[in-house]
Design a protein. Sequence first.
Length: 102
Amino acid sequence: MQKEKILSLLHLTRKAGKLQFGFDACERSCLRGKAKLLIYASDLKDRRKRDYVTMAEAFNVKIIEFASKQTFQESFKMRKVGILSIEDKNFAKGITAKLEEQ
């Protein structure tokens, strides 16, 4: 139930044009100071997770783990999605609150 609410918020974020997919887009989002929250898939390899956490720490952006690559791929109809960047502070706050309720 909670998972669906979070995915729904992510879809709203996408409609608003405030969601980036993939490492390169998320890195650009961080470089430009737009990233408010990074979300990575739970089934990534450890090395890739470390890369994402390092990037988040370097740009002082909160990062959290949620769902799987499969869930992201099915939900957003995209291939190879392992990380998302939310570029709106209100969406980021709402998603963080929902994830902390779990």
